[in-house]
Design a protein around this ligand. Structure first.
Ligand code: COA
Length: 260
């Protein structure tokens, strides 16, 4: 078994976080959940990191779910705590102050799809399969799946995925809006890095403004959401990057954003 459940590597301003239990299809046990949380805390705190790519090690899986062997021995109270542990991680990913791209290189099932749905953008290999198969184990999604899938893909698709439990292919996931893009498996890494680098070159405070507005807007009424957007929009005028971006446009040159 791999000793380090999560690997991190920097490619310029892009931090690549890799779930590293390929022999268990990157299943999320408690140690992996904790290691992922630590990796995201570190990426959030590091100003040199402007975008995060999350993926799974090995050729088969992004993450094939919560660790079934570990769950098998849990009591009800421990099961509840396991759910809270997973939900805390997905919420941390969702609330990251910089964009997180899920690079879905294979199975994203159960906790794997829940982790992918915590990401802000999802790119899937055409060979990937996603689903919420917990029903087949006498379980339900417990890391936010019933709630995030509902918001992402709507009631009909969520009910189908969670009640039937059958995985769907990447093309169907794209149709349902569960993933943003589907690319040939051989191009997945290059396409994801291209997108990540593009995002990493954008103004960090504006990226954060977008993330904050959309996170808030997804959870409140329209009036409150619009008010929040106005406040964030106004805040942008206090940034050097807004001056740089608008000036660069007027001077017909490329902007260089400092994150100030
Ligand atoms: N938890 C723990 N171990 C898992 C796992 C999970 N969610 N998913 C896969 N594994 C392990 C298998 O037990 C196996 O371990 P072993 O070699 O020690 O026996 C190894 O990963 C490889 O999986 P295997 O099932 O042999 O691969 P496969 O290609 O035949 O099937 C899947 C792939 C994804 C279809 C299958 O592994 C599967 O259905 N996994 C569970 C998916 C699931 O229900 N997730 C939701 C959990 S709440």
């Amino acid at each position: 078994m791999s000793e380090t459940p999560v690997l991190t590597a920097d490619r310029g301003a892009v931090r690549v976080v890799t779930v590293n239990r390929p022999d268990k299809l990157n299943a999320l046990n408690a140690a992996t959940l904790d290691a992922l949380l630590a990796a995201f805390e570190a990426a959030a705190a590091d100003p040199a990191v402007r975008c995060v790519v999350l993926t799974g090690a090995g050729p088969k899986a992004f993450v094939a779910g919560a660790d079934i062997a570990e769950m098998n021995g849990l009591s009800a109270v421990q099961g509840r705590d396991f759910s809270l542990r997973g939900q805390k991680l997905m919420r941390r990913v969702e609330k990251m102050p910089k964009p997180v791209i899920g690079m879905i290189n294979g199975f994203a099932l159960g906790g794997g799809l829940e982790l992918a749905m915590g990401c802000h953008l999802r790119i899937a290999a055409d060979t990937a399969k996603v689903g919420q198969p917990e029903i087949n184990l006498g379980l339900i999604p417990g890391f936010g799946g019933t709630q995030r899938l509902l918001r992402l893909a709507g009631r009909a698709a969520t009910l189908e995925l969670c009640l039937v439990g059958a995985p769907i292919d990447a093309a169907r996931a794209r149709e349902l809006g569960i993933v943003n893009r589907v690319v040939p498996a051989a191009d997945l890494e290059a396409e994801t890095m291209k997108l990540a680098e593009q995002i990493a070159n954008a103004a960090p405070l504006a990226l954060r403004g977008v993330l904050d507005c959309i996170n808030v807007g997804g959870e409140c009424g329209i009036e409150e959401g619009l008010e929040y957007e106005t406040a964030q929009f106004g805040l942008m005028f206090a940034t050097q990057d807004m001056r740089e971006g608008t000036t660069a446009f007027l001077e017909r040159r490329k902007p260089h954003f400092s994150g100030q």
